[in-house]
Design a protein around this ligand. Structure first.
Ligand SMILES: [Fe+2]
Length: 258
């Protein structure tokens, strides 16, 4: 047995859908209740679903009984305030796990690279069922901020940069890619993030919105990228030294979300 995966993700590992007309919807995300949740960068999250419908963001595997990132339960207080967001999350008709709005404060490119992580969406996911991927629907208009994807954490040549104008819709195998967002600001960035199970429903949704890998990368000067990479190596070495001084080994630097 193996996981059911969408053909759309087989080659590139991500797709960008047709842009959504975000301007026609109210800014529901500004009305939601946010909770502090440690992630990569300076973030807060507003859960639309959670493991039991509570106003919290913990992984479903940290609940009793532990389970995978499927069958999210609506957090009524937030879901009621965001009917457009709920409609967009449920439109694919695929099994939906965690669904939340992230608020990310501005950061630096080097900090985003330092925060690169792979998600753990498929923990406890039963073999033979659909592989869990994640939708990123940008709500605020951040055309010069980018979702960074890397096949190889330390190789900038593998870097995909998806610019985050309002209405940008990407679906990513976030357990495959190292990923983080470089958000230039100055205002916070808001994005709807949803875990979906791969399968025929998600395939049909991707096809109907013309999902495909982007054809051009957001341009960055190569010297700028290399300088940031050097800074990341310096920070990682510094962190390893600090941990060694405490007698601890460096652990995988995995952020919780996004
Ligand atoms: Fe993530």
């Amino acid at each position: 047995m193996s996981y059911l995966r969408s053909a759309a993700f087989d080659e590139a590992g991500y797709v960008v859908l047709d842009s959504y007309d975000q301007s026609k919807d109210p800014q529901e995300w500004l009305d939601l209740e946010f909770v502090d949740w440690k992630s990569s960068g300076d973030t807060r999250f507003a859960p639309l679903t959670s493991a039991a419908g509570e106003m919290e963001c913990n992984g479903f595997w940290n609940h009793t009984p532990p389970r995978t990132d499927k069958d999210g339960v609506w957090v009524t207080a937030n879901a009621e305030k965001a009917p457009h967001l709920v409609a967009r999350a449920t439109e694919p008709g695929a099994n939906l796990g965690r669904c939340r709005v992230i608020e990310l404060q501005p950061n630096e490119y080097a900090s985003a690279l330092y925060n690169l992580h792979q998600d753990d969406n498929n923990r406890l996911n039963p073999d033979g069922t659909g592989w869990i991927v994640r939708g990123f629907f940008n709500l605020s208009d951040d055309p010069d901020s980018v979702l960074i994807l890397r096949e190889d954490r330390f190789n900038p040549d593998t870097e995909i940069r998806i610019p985050l104008a309002a209405g940008t819709q990407a679906i990513v195998d976030t357990q495959r890619f190292w990923h983080a967002v470089w958000h230039r600001g100055p205002e916070p960035r808001y994005c709807l993030i949803t875990s979906w199970e791969s399968g025929p429903e998600l395939d049909a949704y991707v096809a109907s919105h013309h999902g495909a890998p982007q054809t051009a990368n957001y341009p960055l000067d190569s010297a700028f990228v290399e300088d940031a990479q050097t800074e990341v190596r310096r920070r990682l070495a510094e962190r390893a030294a600090a941990l060694a001084a405490k007698g601890k080994a460096p652990t995988a630097d995995r952020g919780a979300e996004d």
